[in-house]
Design a protein around this ligand. Structure first.
Ligand code: XMP
Length: 510
């Protein structure tokens, strides 16, 4: 059984961060719903359990509560914020309900420098975000830290395996938060810490080899890092029994299709390259509505993929680059978010084609996928490439699509990317791209009046694409990009910079 720490999710915005921090220090961590049945918890044999924070109050009617039996399992437990209040409440302590929120930096005074506070100085800065607080400890517990506002800023039980912190050790604003989590994981829960990109890849390769046996695996390559790393892991497991399919939709960036084919051939992947450019542009001709474009692209993609896959005899598996954040969306206590845009992927394929799924990255976050890719020798250009949407440039040309618009957009986009790479800021940006607007404006070039299109530059910083801020690209670089696009791309006489955050805007324009 792999060594693991389970995080029960009570709806905190930091739940994912807790799991990431624990993995960062070398122990596999997984998020489960707050009401995970006891039997399933026991079956996973976790070395420790962390109860996340959350927006509720233990006094609220119907507030989320774990199966109380988890406190009797004898497994080390750390409750963070709401998690700590729950432990106190469930074990008979007194939690004060307050409408006043303590939010932001605070200083704690440590009273017991063992356990989670080993090697932590007597006074240290932490991050608070709570309204309720523990006023009386449950029987058998002691306070191990105080702050100006919290008589119990941290607590532990006498046996030293159940801990609670009123503050958030998982956020960087808690100066020694990483040390505290490390102390919990290694000193209290006695983990060994064997979770590394290499050990992950080795195990995944062995498991896939055993699962696939003598049959074959198909994988759709998009050029993005997730499908590339998926393919590499499967390749190391089953070698030539993996068949990768790359459908060139004609909606990719400048030279991208060629680069994808070349780099994957260099990696020794068994690659089928389908040139479907004409079909896609024909089908999209005259279509302006974003969701209709997505639908057409999704359907066409599946058609080509299915057709090609059906030629591969004995294929029983489909490898997909599903990541951990995609998986946990569905188990979170927060309600499912409204569908804003339908994201095109190959999700509908396995049932339709009667294929079994292989998803080696299901347990990983994006940065971990990159670490695994690095371990397997994937080129930096693919590893660190900005995410690119399935429908490609089709959703970056507002309105209908023509070859000419695609060519112009590709050129403008290549200039933008080249300049931010040259300025050394590419890796600081989550996504940067151009959008071609169907708007004509008046300009003057030489002595001539011009009446041409506008290109919008979009560059955002983000952790996961769910929220985003516009990148503060220095004016001098923007100036250069604008001048080059207007001079070098035909039909463009104006460049604008998008300064909208997500929400309320989205990253893509369509
Ligand atoms: P939005 O525009 O929704 O984008 O803020 C969030 C992230 O998702 C990408 N995106 C897509 N990816 N198919 C995809 O595979 C799509 O239809 C699609 N639409 C948006 C977008 O590039 C960003 O990374």
């Amino acid at each position: 059984m792999r060594e693991s720490v389970l995080v029960l999710d009570f709806g905190s915005q930091y739940t994912q961060l807790i799991a990431r921090r624990v993995r960062d220090i070398g122990v596999y961590s997984e998020i489960r719903p707050f009401n995970e049945p006891l039997e399933r918890i026991k079956k996973s044999q976790p070395k420790a359990i962390i109860l996340s924070g959350g927006p509720a109050s233990v006094w609220d009617k119907g507030s989320p509560s774990p199966n109380a039996g988890i406190l009797d399992l004898g497994i080390p437990i750390l409750g963070i914020c709401y998690g700590m209040q729950l432990i106190a409440y469930l074990l008979g302590g007194r939690v004060e309900h307050s409408k006043r929120r303590e939010f932001g930096p605070a200083e704690i005074e440590v009273a017991d420098s063992s356990g989670i506070f080993a090697d932590v100085p007597r006074k240290t800065g932490v991050w608070m975000s709570h309204s309720d607080r523990v006023l009386e400890l449950p029987k058998g517990f002691v306070s191990i830290a105080t702050s100006e506002n919290s008589p119990v800023a941290a607590m532990k039980d006498k046996s030293g395996i159940i801990y609670g912190t009123q503050f958030h050790p998982e956020v960087v604003h808690t100066a020694l938060g990483k040390e505290m989590l490390s102390n919990f994981v290694f000193r209290v829960a006695k983990c060994e810490g064997s979770w590394t990109a290499k050990s992950f890849a080795d195990t995944a390769i062995k498991e896939i080899r055993a699962k696939v046996g003598d049959s074959k695996v198909i994988c759709a390559l998009s050029g993005g890092v997730d499908s590339a790393v998926t393919a590499l892991i499967v390749q190391r497991a089953v070698w030539d029994k993996l068949h990768c399919i790359f459908v060139d939709t004609g909606l990719m960036r400048l030279n991208e299709a060629r680069e994808i084919v070349e780099s994957f051939k260099d990696l020794g992947l068994n690659l089928i390259h389908i040139d479907a450019r004409k079909r896609f542009i024909d089908k999209l001709s005259g279509v302006g509505d974003p969701e209709s474009k997505r639908k057409i692209i999704g359907e066409e993609f599946i058609r080509f993929f299915e057709n090609e896959a059906s030629k591969i005899e004995g294929a029983e598996f489909l490898a997909q680059g599903t990541l951990y954040p995609d998986v946990i969306e569905s188990v979170s206590v927060k309600g499912p978010s409204a569908k804003i845009k339908t994201h095109h992927n190959v999700g509908g394929l396995p049932e339709k084609m009667n294929l079994k799924l292989i998803e080696p990255l299901r347990e990983l976050f994006k940065d971990e996928v990159r670490a695994v890719g690095r371990e397997l020798g994937l080129q930096k250009e693919i590893l660190d490439r900005h995410p690119f949407p399935g429908p490609g440039l089709a959703i970056r040309i507002m309105g209908d699509i023509t070859e000419e618009k695609l060519d112009n957009l590709r050129l403008a986009d290549a200039i933008f990317i080249e300049e931010i790479k040259r300025a050394g800021i590419y890796d600081d940006i989550w996504q940067a791209f151009c959008v071609l607007l169907p708007v004509k404006t008046v300009g003057v070039m030489g002595d001539e009046r011009t009446y041409e299109n506008v290109v919008a530059l979009r560059a955002v910083t983000s952790l996961d694409g769910m929220t985003a801020n516009w990148a503060r690209i220095p004016y001098e670089i923007l100036e250069k990009i604008s001048a080059r696009i207007i001079n070098e791309v035909r039909g463009i006489n104006r460049v604008v910079y998008d300064v909208s955050t997500k929400p309320p805007s989205t990253i893509e324009w369509e």
